[in-house]
Design a binder for this molecule. Sequence first.
Ligand code: NAP
Length: 519
Amino acid sequence: MNNGKICVSVCAENANEFLEKIEQAAKIADVVELRFDCLKQTEPEILFKELKRIRQNNQIELLVTFRPKEQGGKRDLSFDERIYFWRDSHIYEFVDWGDVELEIKKHDLDGYLNAIYNRVIYSAHDFFNVPANLELIYEELSLESVNKNTNKQSNVVKIAAQANDATDGLSLFKLMERAKAEKQELIPIAMGESGVWTRILGLSRGAFMTFAAFDKESATAPGQLTAREMIDVYRVKELDETSEIYGLVAESVAYSVSPQLHNAAFKFHKMNAVYVPFAVKNLEEFIRRMVNPKTREIDWNFRGFSITIPHKIEIMKYLDFVDETARKIGAVNTVKIEGDKLLGFNTDADGFIEPLENAYGDLSGARVAVFGAGGAARACVYALQRENANVTVFVRNSEKAKSLVVDFGVEIQDLQSQIEPLENFDVVVNATPLGMKKGGLENETAATAEQLKGVGLVYDLVYNPFETRLMREASLVFAPTIGGLAMLVAQAAAQQKIWTGKDAPVKEMSAAALGKLQS
Ligand code: NAP
């Protein structure tokens, strides 16, 4: 549990829509940020009266911002317009907080803002990267941070800067230690997909507030999650410095449902643990500075992570141990941090085979066609051979499939010219991206209904959409199907077992993943 607040930003062009959104945000937020730079028609009389009512009815605090375009605002604003807004509008009578940029703070020599607002946030933004002179910016913002009303050190410093890799958020995150020592309230935010982890973990380390969007469509800064996700999925207000941290390490994390799967499991077991997305480009730097207990720069309870495209092979060189399944497949998808050691596993093979055996039964002697020769196909081939199935792999480029022939001795056939019926196969598995929602492949299929006649079972590893074109083709000829969600959940359940030793709540995890996929 922590004392941090969740602030929902509201931006709308006219007063009525603005008020409607504030009213909605007030139901879930502790603080609502009123982005006055978004408003084209202010209609102060309606606005001020309604703000007063909303504030009284909802027990929330209102924060006002008036940002110029170069600081992430919606409008071109001259310096004079900004000064006029802050000194002459009567908005301060209806809100609790003012959030001003460094140049306004510097101009406010007589401390006027500090005297009329209960509390002031002094903020700086960098939409390109995390500045090297971060400490200096912090010092400028925190200077004379004593509020004239209360005579207390009660003003807040906010620094929001773009992270282009997960490690970029480190310096912002570490700034909290200094702020804590100096009793300076701080809101550090690394923006963008690579900075999401700072938004989730900030409150647990003493950040004063974290920002969220009301819904997916109304995010006002890059990387903002919705307030519902912050509260229901990541439980950000329940976390503290002792919380166990797990995560997803991948180049792109935005579309993953793994946070929903794993956080549902932690919630079910009432664990003080959270699973956080880390968008990582430079894996060596991430492992050295954030993960490896011998070299990492932050003292946190990091326990393990899932790892996926494009790092599943590279990760192996940073590990102290790789289990036999991962070694045979040639890729690691799960890392456990135990003491100061990093241990690697692969749960794709078990995750793949479990739903298949549940649906098909004993695979010994079964004839299985696998489409694709990438990482997932390798896990399938390994698992199928372990169960004594006869595997044929269909690929579009046989050169790229050579390692499958060498490592597993499977037969390779050409996917592109494969127009023959597949009736000689008991099971057909798609391990290519054909049929995926992303990348314009949704209407593609590795095989048609005509080809699938007589096949005993069709298993598509693609999980988004829930029902793929291949599965629909199979249904036309009454072939039973399994979708990719079953494997996704089973491999995540196996990861949970490795990390926590507990049996995962598969039903709750499936429901959470499905909820995200259908949202
Ligand atoms: P990968 O390593 O990139 O391999 C993809 C394979 O598909 C390669 O053999 C590739 O051939 C082939 N391929 C790509 N585009 C194709 C196309 N348009 N036509 C024919 N073949 C094509 O990817 P992966 O990690 O193995 O993943 C493959 C699929 O499985 C993805 O859709 C992924 O979402 C899914 N998956 C699901 C789960 C789950 O839990 N349900 C787990 C892992 C993966 P080239 O080498 O010629 O490019």
